[in-house]
Design a protein around this ligand. Structure first.
Ligand SMILES: OC[C@H]1O[C@@H](O[C@H]2[C@H](O)[C@@H](O)[C@H](O[C@H]3[C@H](O)[C@@H](O)[C@H](O)O[C@@H]3CO)O[C@@H]2CO)[C@H](O)[C@@H](O)[C@@H]1O
Length: 733
């Protein structure tokens, strides 16, 4: 009945050509090409041709003297926007919930292959900003997790996958873009330590993975626009993190021509504003003028161009790259089909990102029930079509993607009801439906079935669209469309209720948990096109759930301690204490903690061993892509034995948390510093190994502007979640 994970089409391979030497070779080629370019061509390579001025959401000018094309920059972090057919993959938040390095790589590689096939040179993703400090932040779902370590690993694997397939990745949005309301004017006032330990951390992984480009964000950082901040572009990203690619502006996030160039911006997009007629062209011919009148040094323009060309050479786009095969502005019909067998990767990611939150009386998996009531509008595809609302800017039917530029067109969407009906036909199960959110109709349907499955959701997206009064950011963390009342009505009419939540992030579940008939709860996130198929894999037990929460679910909204502000500045007063760091620090009991997730089997942990060999003190070494070289050196390992002591196959995500010694400045009680997902058959065991880098044991010391390993006793916690600690130990440096 149960299967272990399927072998995947893409596996993590040693990155060829991309590395320090990859950049060196690419720079050599770029510097040679630079010599042949006219000044106009140089300005064209770093300037957009205006919004809707080419087939992609971003297009630069071609340079015929070096056979360089008009670069095509296209969203999104979950598939190719405005093109079809493409694969609509599960969102970043689902990919993060798998905690599966190889799946993250495969998803990235498949997306990259589709991008290349369509002639897209730069795919605008993945996302590590927002990180998600505000649980109601509108674009959190585009990224992987509120934890920087998990987000960092996911960034690294996704970028490697994308770039191994030949597309340039673009890590975004740099930096402090944590909310949608006022995103174009707000100042994110961030302390230096949390800037490094939380918000910069996943971008370090991105740079380490040789990401080709980084997108600067709309907001200000400490009072200066993100796209013209010398502090965060030149100093932090390029000098401190050793980033060798180029910085591209978010669309219309550039405010000045000269200052942005001097601060480190390397490419402007889309080259105009969104108005008709198009205005506000800061670069293009203005850039040539600014160089000729001495406002911008020639060396700065040459540096911009060299960075852009080097990124192009880095992923071999100079060698027979396909032509752009679609237009964003006429329905996106592609002249080639690039979807290959990527549906199976989309289904695997969707399935392995489903978090089983509650499962009393072994309600799940379902065992050929005689009858099932399927309830809620979220169980069916939008009757007007899965793509009925542009950029998915509505919440009708089952939720499988948030809204905004981080979307793609569904080639199809398998709704939960469709997939359950298929399974029911095989099992001889009678299906009774109520696919509105009307509680009376729901109760009637529920009363006629052995078991009822209720579907509820909560949506969010990008701030240029408001959906049902939510301005991108969510107004609250409750289920939409009176989901609580819907579940209450069903629970009053049926004694065995399963609740499925499709959501962009945490939803407060207290009302639902107060219903004694609710025996099981599943979080299915934003699963993409294979939604229903992935869900039935879990509901009917083809596969045991193996996902873990990439964020905390609180008992009430106020427990988080952070949220989007209705103001022109956010002072990030929560500091380092976001999500579980805040709950742990303040001794607050969450409903479901970060890292939590049930399985259909059980695992035991034993035989913890700790071997750490390093000295305390600050980093001293040279800078490599990602930061100081020694920060990434292996300084030890922690190992633990995991055994499947249940009756069915399953996968466990073993998690390593570290508590810094007392000599460090006030720090979160424990922070994720390793994880490993192990597949185990019943009775089998395996050693989970967590490699520790120097960064994993360090804090950022603002006074000396360095990462420092403190001296003293470190605490090691290994477990099944951030609170379900199964093995503990210490080591002293
Ligand atoms: O797509 C590239 C990056 O763009 C940013 O989002 C922009 C989005 O792509 C674009 O579609 C949208 O345009 C709307 C515009 O803002 C509005 O004024 C006009 O009325 O409607 C347009 C939609 O039809 O603008 C978005 C920016 O406001 C993303 O932040 C970034 O992540 C993308 O990669």
């Amino acid at each position: 009945m149960y299967k272990v994970l399927l072998p995947l089409a893409f596996t993590a391979v040693q990155v060829l050509g991309v590395g320090t030497s990859g950049w060196d070779d690419a720079y050599t080629k770029a510097q040679k090409a630079l010599l042949k370019l006219s000044q106009d061509e140089k300005a064209g390579i770093v300037s957009g041709v205006t919004w809707e001025g080419g087939p992609c959401v971003g297009n630069t000018y071609a340079a015929s003297s070096i056979n360089y094309p008009s670069l095509c920059l296209q969203d999104s972090p979950l598939g190719i926007r405005f093109a079809n057919p493409v694969t609509a993959f599960p969102a970043g938040i689902n990919a993060g919930a798998t905690w599966d390095r190889s799946l993250l790589y495969s998803r990235g590689a498949a997306m990259g292959a589709e991008a290349k096939g369509l002639g897209v040179h730069v795919q605008l993703g993945p996302v590590a900003g927002p990180l998600g400090k505000n649980p109601d932040g509108g674009r959190n779902w585009e990224g992987f997790s509120v934890d920087p370590y998990l987000s960092g690993v996911a960034m690294e694997e996704t970028i490697r996958g994308m770039q191994d397939s030949g597309v340039q990745a673009c890590a975004k949005h740099w930096l402090g873009n944590e909310q949608e309301v006022f995103r174009d004017t707000i100042s994110s006032n961030m302390g230096d330590r949390e800037t490094h330990e939380l918000y910069v951390w996943p971008f370090m992984n991105a740079v380490r993975a040789n990401v080709a480009s980084v997108m600067c964000s709309y907001n200000k950082v400490n009072g200066t626009w993100g796209c013209e901040s010398d502090e965060i572009l030149n100093e932090l990203l390029k000098n401190e993190l050793g980033f060798r690619g180029y910085v591209v502006s978010d669309w219309n996030a550039q405010h000045t021509g000269v200052n942005s160039a001097l601060a480190g911006l390397d490419m402007t997009m889309p080259g105009s504003d969104f108005n008709t007629p198009r205005g506000s062209i800061f670069w293009g011919s203005n850039l040539v003028e600014a160089v000729s009148n001495g406002s911008i040094p020639q060396s700065r323009l040459d540096d911009m161009v060299t960075r852009v060309l080097a990124a192009w050479y880095l992923v071999d786009q100079d060698q027979g790259y396909p032509e752009v095969a679609f237009s964003s502005w006429n329905g996106g019909k592609a002249t080639v089909n690039v979807t290959a067998d990527h549906a199976s990767i989309a289904r695997t990611v969707a399935r392995d990102s489903i978090v089983l939150l509650k499962n009393d009386n072994q309600t799940l998996p379902l065992k050929q029930p005689g009858s099932l009531a399927i309830i809620g509008q979220d169980a069916i595809v939008n009757p007007n079509g899965a793509n009925a609302c542009g950029d998915r800017g509505c919440n009708v039917g089952t939720l499988a993607m948030g809204w905004g530029s981080g979307t793609a067109e569904f080639p199809y969407l398998v709704g939960p009801l469709d997939a359950i009906q298929k399974q029911a036909a095989q099992d001889g199960t009678t299906i009774i439906t109520s696919t509105t959110d009307d509680p009376t109709a729901a109760a009637e349907a529920a009363s006629k079935a052995e078991t009822a499955i209720v579907f509820i959701n909560s949506d969010a997206g990008e701030g240029y669209i408001t959906v049902e009064g939510n301005p991108g950011d969510r107004n609250n963390l409750d289920p939409w469309h009176n989901g609580n009342a819907l579940v209450q009505a069903v629970a009053a009419a049926n004694k065995n209720v399963i609740v499925v939540v499709h959501s962009v992030g945490p939803v407060i579940l207290e009302t639902i948990l107060a219903q004694p008939s609710v025996n099981a709860i599943i979080w299915a996130g934003l699963p993409g096109q294979e939604s229903g198929n992935a869900l039935t894999d879990i509901l009917f037990g083809t596969t045991s759930p193996s996902a873990k929460l990439p964020y905390t679910i609180a008992k009430q909204r106020s427990d988080y301690g952070a949220g989007w502000v209705n103001s022109q500045s956010d002072n990030f007063i929560e500091g380092l204490f976001v999500d579980y760091r805040h709950f742990d620090q303040n001794d607050l009991t969450p409903r479901y903690e970060f890292g939590y997730g049930l399985s259909y089997t059980n695992f035991t942990y034993s035989a913890l061993t700790i071997n750490v060999f390093t000295t305390s003190g600050p980093t001293t070494g040279s800078i490599v892509p990602g930061g100081p070289m020694e920060l990434f050196e292996n300084v030890g390992t922690v190992k633990v034995q995991i055994e499947n002591v249940g009756l069915v196959d399953g996968a466990e995500v073993a998690q390593l948390y570290i508590g810094l010694p007392d000599s460090a400045p006030a720090s979160p009680p424990r922070q994720l510093r390793g994880f490993e997902k192990v597949n185990l058959q019943p009775g089998m065991s395996s050693l989970a190994t967590f490699d520790l880098s120097r960064r994993d044991l360090s804090y950022w010391d603002s006074s000396i502007q360095k990462w420092v390993v403190p001296s003293g006793t470190f605490h090691v916690f290994v477990g099944a979640s951030s609170r379900d600690i199964r093995q503990q130990g210490t080591f002293t440096i």
